[in-house]
Design a protein around this ligand. Sequence first.
Ligand code: PLP
Length: 399
Amino acid sequence: MLADRTARIGVSPTMKVAAEAMRLKAQGVDIVDFGAGEPDFPTPAHVSAAAHAAIDANFTKYTTNSGTDELKRAVCARYRADYEVEFTPPEAIITAGGKQALFNAAMCLFGPGDEVITHMPGWPTLVEQIKLAEATPVIVRTYAEDGFRLRADAILGAVTSRTRGIIINSPGNPTGALMDEADMAAIADEAAPRGIWILLDLCYEKLIYDPTPHNLHRILVERMRDRTVLCGSASKAYAMTGWRCGWALGPAALVSACNALQSHSTSNVCSITQKAAAAALNGPQACVTEMLDEYRRRRDQLCEWLAAEPRLRLQKPAGAFYLFPDVSEFLSPDGIRTSADLAQALLDDARVAITPGEAFDAPGFIRLSYANSMAELKRGSDRIIEFVRALEKRGKAVV
Ligand SMILES: Cc1ncc(COP(=O)(O)O)c(C=O)c1O
């Protein structure tokens, strides 16, 4: 009844516990939510003000399909200032979130017979988009014991004569791991002569806690500008998830193909959103630093609270706003068998919503978002610790 391509994909698995948590909350159940993949902060006031002004000025019509010149220039200027890379408006397209930037690029670059390398544990959409483009995903794994570092030799070991692209997310969701500049350079040096494209998912690029060198942008642009696509987003940096604004920077011919694809699907990003995003990118960046500072305080505090239960094997993430502990100590064949079961039990019994590692191709782990107030993080960590300790007393025989 449905087209074949619908059989290749399913709804994002991150949504299942989230949907149930939402349902329970709507019924008035007191849930502590560690599930959210989005900032809890309000959009900065000067950004919202630009949107109000856009409405008042009736800036409410179609814009150029690929985005306003003002916003494209703002994206190029931001990347010039922050990463010392030069792009011009014909090399930029404004999209409905980073997700559409990545989707456009995958659809315009990959097809049947192509292999595209990406990494797991990771954001499931990257794999699904490869499949939607009818290409074959090739998964490289990263490991908790190695800080989830994505190593050049692992990526290069997966390259074959059919490799058409490599998609890298750094800082990574759900691990918070950063790709080393040296690894990026080594990959680019091998990819460039083979004509392999590299797509960088930079959705969390502004959420890096320590002053770690992370100019993957310039490394790629210097080595293989004609095969590089930088996909960014206003969502996480400026607390703008609902506004739906992202962008891709890449060779003009690719951007032009993405523009054609977008012109027959969603058209331009909401005109009001574009005015707001231009204010975010052109305006003062102190709001980004303030949010980052608060995420850092929460990360450190939550790690400290959860350290009271050492069987929750935790590492401090270098970026993004998730903890990704190994919970395998709590799993057993005669008790709670999987991290998905653990997520369900935490929701049912402890009233805490988390995302199971299965959603990121990482059974045995759970993802906790700390994009939540300190008070909620305290309540939630108390509940988790109480739950896992009670589990032990009950002989783990809960599910
Ligand atoms: C790794 C990663 N990339 C891209 C996105 C896309 O976000 P948006 O479309 O809101 O920019 C997300 C959203 O959660 C993400 O986690």
